[in-house]
Write a protein that binds this ligand. Structure first.
Ligand code: ADP
Length: 416
């Protein structure tokens, strides 16, 4: 496995994105690419490399589960509408064998779920041994939307933080590695992503009028998320807060966190509970002499290939483990997660047509709309930086086509 761009990670997301006691969501740059010194194209190349490693690691986890192991991984993905939760599932988990992944999305509780404790539906959805479980939204909705929408009294939701911590501690003790990621999109970017859904007939299905109401509660959600990070980022289940204005970065960062979790499991292939030679003899007795001879002739080469692949795997794991040790640089910029990302001009030049198609729902309309966004004052500095970037945002080929069909050659926009 060639080392495409490992050194472009100057610091591992487990260090740069982890919400510690001093984490300040209001000051968080949602357009940053903390720890990553490369651009979007390099990120994609690195993801492809990680995909191979991830899928090998996942196969070991699956094999471990099949042979009595009790380990599993749970990736909890939180974020407001348009933050890119679905993209994480598609682009990160999409790199591994779907048989080893159990995905569960949590929406408004059903009538049956409402009759139970809020953790009831969560417990039923936990990954079996050997699986990577993914929660698209989770029990955290029970201290987020439930709080913001005033669905239960404060004394109820406020007691849930400790309850969740205890629940996650038990889960970790039972063999589940918990990775919690919160995708944090900026107010302005969320507006653009929602508006694009309204600009594109092929994305109407993603829009829900309630999204605009939720957006009106932006500040309340930010306060609720801040409390979630302050109260439930524990040693066994820390929060990683992911800047989500650049989808390619959030996918890259989550990939690296997942890779680390699997590397840390330090799994080997399960040993057989039977003797290989005995089973070979038994099988050979059922085969023709010619087939036995053919199998014997290729056995040596097969084993050599397996050993070579294992050596490459071991080297990749060692590099991934070393990368996970990489702490943030002690410069003020790196410490605040402010490492400058690639300019959009660079990305524009480098990005391929396929990349554009991949990012179809990441594109947005131009400056005029950007200026028109009303947003909370606290977001000003990060948004200011974002506005520069906005000039160069690209509309995907698909989006362009849809827009042109509907409104001639001008960019599409409802009510403008
Ligand atoms: P998404 O927006 O993630 O694509 P949906 O459109 O199905 O998925 O939205 C799920 C909705 O369910 C969200 O608005 C979320 O806040 C809501 N929800 C999730 N869990 C709860 C809960 N425990 N109580 C109330 N609402 C919830």
């Amino acid at each position: 496995m060639a080392d495409v761009a490992e050194n472009l990670w100057t610091a591992h997301p487990t260090h740069t994105l982890r919400a510690g006691t001093d984490f300040d969501l209001a000051a968080f740059d949602r357009n940053g690419t903390p720890g990553w010194a490369g651009d979007k194209r390099q990120a994609k190349a690195f993801m492809a490399q990680r995909g191979k490693l991830l899928s090998e690691l996942q196969e070991r986890l699956f094999a471990d589960g099949r042979t009595g192991g009790d380990r599993s991984v749970l990736l909890v993905v939180q974020g407001l509408d348009t933050a890119g939760k679905g993209g994480i599932v598609r682009h990160v988990l999409g790199m591994v064998d779907p048989q080893g992944v159990s995905l569960r999305s949590f929406g408004v509780p059903t009538a049956e779920e409402k009759r139970h404790h809020y953790l009831w539906r969560i417990r039923r959805a936990l990954p079996e041994a050997g699986r990577i479980g993914v929660f698209d939204r989770s029990h955290y909705e029970d201290v987020l939307v439930v709080r913001v929408e005033d669905l239960v009294d404060e004394d109820v939701w406020s007691g849930r933080f400790d309850e969740i911590n205890r629940f996650e501690q038990k889960l970790a003790d039972s063999g589940t590695t918990i990775i919690k990621v919160a995708l944090m999109v900026s107010y302005e970017e969320q507006g653009l992503r929602l508006m694009e859904r309204l600009d594109r007939p092929d994305k109407y299905w993603k829009f829900n009028p309630g999204d605009v109401d939720t957006r009106k509660s932006w500040d309340a959600y930010q306060a609720a998320y801040s409390d979630v990070f302050a109260r439930t980022s524990t040693d066994v289940a820390p929060w990683h807060v992911i800047p989500a204005d650049r989808k390619w970065y959030s996918r890259l960062a989550v990939t690296e966190l997942l890779t680390k979790a699997l590397v840390d499991l330090d799994l080997d292939w399960p040993r057989p509970r039977w003797k290989v030679e005995t089973q070979k003899r038994r099988l050979a007795a059922t085969m023709s002499e010619a087939s036995v001879a053919e199998a014997e002739a290729s056995a040596g080469q097969t084993l050599a290939e397996v050993r070579a692949a294992e050596a490459q795997f071991d080297a990749a794991v060692a590099r991934a483990a070393a990368l996970a040790q990489r702490p943030p640089a002690q410069t003020p910029a790196a410490a605040s997660g402010d490492r400058p990302g690639p300019t959009d001009e660079t990305v524009k030049d480098e990005v391929s047509t396929k990349d554009r198609a991949d990012d179809a729902d990441q594109t947005a309309a131009g400056d005029g709309r950007r200026q028109a966004q009303k947003r909370p004052k606290a977001k000003k500095s990060a948004d200011g930086q974002k506005a520069k970037k906005g000039k160069d945002r690209r509309r995907s080929k698909k989006g362009e086509k849809a827009a042109k069909t509907k409104k001639g050659k001008k960019k599409a926009s409802v009510g403008r």
